[in-house]
Ligand binder design. Structure first.
Ligand code: C5P
Length: 228
């Protein structure tokens, strides 16, 4: 495949408080990771898939791949994550093999991202050559705060909420990872720090990140068969 998707699933999930690393918490009878992978394996074009798992849970990640990859299972590998998201992505990057030219980095916690959105990111990287992130408009009114004091209103028309998968040219992302230190919450921020242009495509309401118990409940409801 010319496209590789790194699915980072090595976070601890402290805010979810479900007693297991987040990607391995149950959602509609399976793991959060298996839902994310089902969609990653449903892209129009088959992609290479690197799952970055917490130390000790590599076998569980393999089992999730077997469950949902179908005839794409030979395109997937599991590697062990690091202490930060950035380290986990770096481990995933080193595991890519072959002639992959476009790399997507995706949070396992965004388990319900539709395959069409993944396709959209792949197409945009190919068409523009730039870094691409899916975004959603910000609906809340956002304030700048200092402790409990509001210091400024922020014009939300200037803001967007970033989702994943975020897409990059493999060579450019690799060079940026080698050049830039520090701790970034997403790959787009790292690319910007390395001086690259980052463009947006339309995100999806289903691209929300499962972080809190309420998010998990929302994902459960969205997956539940609709009442007749
Ligand atoms: O903690 P947060 O929800 O921001 O993590 C985003 C994604 O990065 C999650 O899918 C998580 O599993 C992953 N991650 C990781 N390795 C870490 C920390 C987070 O793969 N050390």
């Amino acid at each position: 495949p010319r496209v590789g998707v790194i699915v980072v699933a090595a976070g601890s999930g402290t805010r979810l408080g479900a007693g297991a690393p987040k990607a391995f918490v149950g959602l509609a009878g399976r793991t959060i990771l298996s839902h994310a992978l089902e969609r990653v394996f449903s892209t129009t074009e088959p992609t290479q898939v690197i799952v970055v798992a917490p130390a000790g849970l590599e076998g569980e990640a393999e089992a999730d791949i077997m469950q949902v990859a179908g005839d794409r299972r030979d395109l997937a590998r599991v590697v062990t994550g690091g202490a930060t998201r950035q380290e986990s992505v770096a481990n995933g990057l080193s595991a890519l093999w072959g002639d992959v030219e476009t790399v997507l980095v995706h949070d396992a916690a965004r388990a319900l991202v539709p395959a069409a959105m993944i396709d959209r990111v792949i197409d945009a990287v190919r068409e523009t050559g730039h870094a691409i992130i899916p975004v959603m408009p910000v609906v809340d009114t956002i304030k700048r705060v200092d402790g409990s004091v509001i210091t400024a209103a922020v014009d939300r028309s200037e803001l967007a909420a970033a989702q994943t998968p975020q897409g990059f040219r493999r060579d450019v992302l690799l060079t940026a990872y080698q050049a830039v230190g520090g701790d970034f919450t997403d790959d787009a921020a790292l690319m910007q720090a390395a001086g690259h242009t980052v463009l947006t495509v339309e995100g999806d309401a289903m691209g929300f990140k499962i972080t809190t118990p309420a998010d998990l409940q929302r994902a459960e409801s969205l997956l539940a068969p609709s009442p007749r």
